[in-house]
Design a binder for this molecule. Structure first.
Ligand code: SF4
Length: 458
């Protein structure tokens, strides 16, 4: 295996990528400044509660019994649902939903529908994304999020591990993948991977390319070695695209692949590879990759086997608003059926050197998408504000637009940074806590399954 080209980090894990485009980060900083000015007295003490991460099928957020479906949970007040993160696919009723004034009559109708406990449809989702009353939309999403999560914002001490960028596919939007011989191609040795597994980590998030010669056993060996070095670490690994690939190279079923992954220490599946559930977009951007039906099938099977997962949407390229909302509604349908999704993660497309679009979606577009997803995905426990792609400033603001999770410390993100993401490669835990506090929220440390492991107290 070859060496690993370094992405440059400065300042103790809170640094910047030298070649990064800074435009989006600049815009985000302006918005963040507005939040800093608006935030009130912030909590001061950080207390660990030492909850042991649970095994498969145990604990609050555990996988067995993920079929809570769309059961309704009544909430009396803005913060009383703060500990209901394990509700799986449960919807939360807004008994005390505030009145929110807006000059946008379509948006007003959306809010009336939510207050009446009715589910949003395609036209409602479009009304949200097309509205110019961003602040009213944000207040609506914030009210819905507060009914579920209060002021609490979750994060995890984690590390991204991308073992290789060699990939047999060539998705047009991907600056990460490489072919053998490319200047930026890399394969980590086992020692290089294990050197990244440090005792402080609660979760390791592993995804990478579809390597041309690695066998399924090679991927299992990575997990076994990590567990041997750090038995308590939780492994969130392999997108549905990779799980499908493992089934192909091992000539077996998705069920068999998932069983072997769990045996090797898998805790949860990440949400990547979903892109946009649209045949049209797939034809343009990722034709050879699995499409919506297979992605959903992999997650459906995982949920039935008691494995919980996340879901993503890659937006800000050639997709339409309608395709974004349809994507959310298909995820919502599966969540009704299985209750197995933990979080929805809107991923802002990083244009990098792809030439697909000139620039990343604006902060306004980011906030619209986060807020709309919080309103449409009424059965998802969390919407994540993924600071790596949003930029730290916009990610903080998104905590007031329906997001209740900031992901984690990350350590060394490669996929977005090969596409010139302007955020840091990783952040110290203290910086993640500071970002949440600065937004006026309460940091809650979690594990990969959203079990709480530490709570900020005033
Ligand atoms: S998006 Fe994934 S599957 Fe597509 S080329 Fe990149 S690494 Fe390969």
């Amino acid at each position: 295996m070859g060496g690993v080209p370094d992405l440059e980090v400065t300042g103790g894990g809170g640094g910047a990528v030298r070649a990064a485009a800074a435009a989006a980060a600049g815009a985000a900083a302006d918005v963040a400044a507005a939040v800093r000015g608006a935030s009130g007295v912030l909590p001061t003490a950080y207390v660990r509660s030492d909850i042991t991460p649970s095994g498969v099928g145990t604990g609050d957020g555990a996988a067995k019994g993920v079929g809570d479906g769309a059961a309704s949970v009544a909430v009396n007040g803005a913060t009383s649902a703060a500990t209901s993160v394990a509700a799986g696919g449960a919807r939360v009723a807004l008994d005390a939903a505030p009145e929110i004034a807006t000059r946008d009559s379509r948006l007003a109708a959306v809010w009336a529908k939510i207050r009446a406990g009715r589910r949003l449809d395609l036209a409602d989702g479009l009304a949200c994304l097309e509205s110019h009353d961003l602040l009213a939309l944000g207040r609506m999403a914030d009210a819905v999020n507060r009914a579920r999560n209060g002021d609490r914002v979750m994060f995890v001490v984690n590390r991204q591990l991308n073992p290789t960028n060699l990939c047999i596919l060539d998705c047009k939007f991907c600056d990460f993948a490489a072919r053998k011989g490319d200047a930026h191609a890399y394969e980590m040795s086992m020692d290089e991977m294990l050197a990244r597994i440090t005792p402080d980590l609660r979760e390791v998030h592993i995804v990478g390319g579809l390597h041309p010669t690695w066998r399924f056993d090679d991927y299992l060996a990575i997990m076994n070695a990590i567990k041997a070095k750090s038995p308590a670490i939780q492994i969130k690994a392999w997108t549905a695209v990779e799980v499908d690939w493992f089934a192909r190279i091992a000539r077996t079923s998705i069920e068999s692949v998932l069983e072997r992954l769990v045996e090797a220490g898998l805790d949860t599946l990440p949400g990547g590879g979903a892109e946009v559930f649209s045949d049209r977009v797939q034809e343009i951007l990722f034709k050879p990759k699995i499409g919506a039906d297979r992605w959903l099938e992999v997650h459906q099977i995982a949920h039935r086997m008691g494995i919980r997962s996340n879901a993503t949407l890659l937006y800000g390229h050639v997709e339409t608003y309608e395709e974004r909302v349809v994507h959310m509604m298909r995820l919502r349908d599966l969540q009704d059926e299985t209750g197995g999704f933990l979080a929805f993660i809107p991923l802002a497309f990083q244009p990098g050197n792809t030439g697909i679009v000139e620039r990343q979606a604006s902060s306004i577009e980011d906030l619209r998408t986060v807020a709309t997803s919080r309103l449409v995905l009424d059965n998802f426990p969390h919407v994540k504000s993924y600071w790596v792609m949003l930029g730290e400033g916009t990610a903080q603001v998104a905590l007031h637009f329906g997001a209740s999770d900031l992901d984690g410390t990350i350590g060394e993100e490669r996929i977005a940074h090969y596409a010139l993401a302007g955020s840091a490669l990783g952040h110290a835990k203290e910086e993640i806590v500071r970002m949440i506090r600065e937004a006026g929220k309460v940091p809650v440390e979690r594990d990969a399954r959203y079990n709480e492991v530490g709570v900020e107290i005033a």
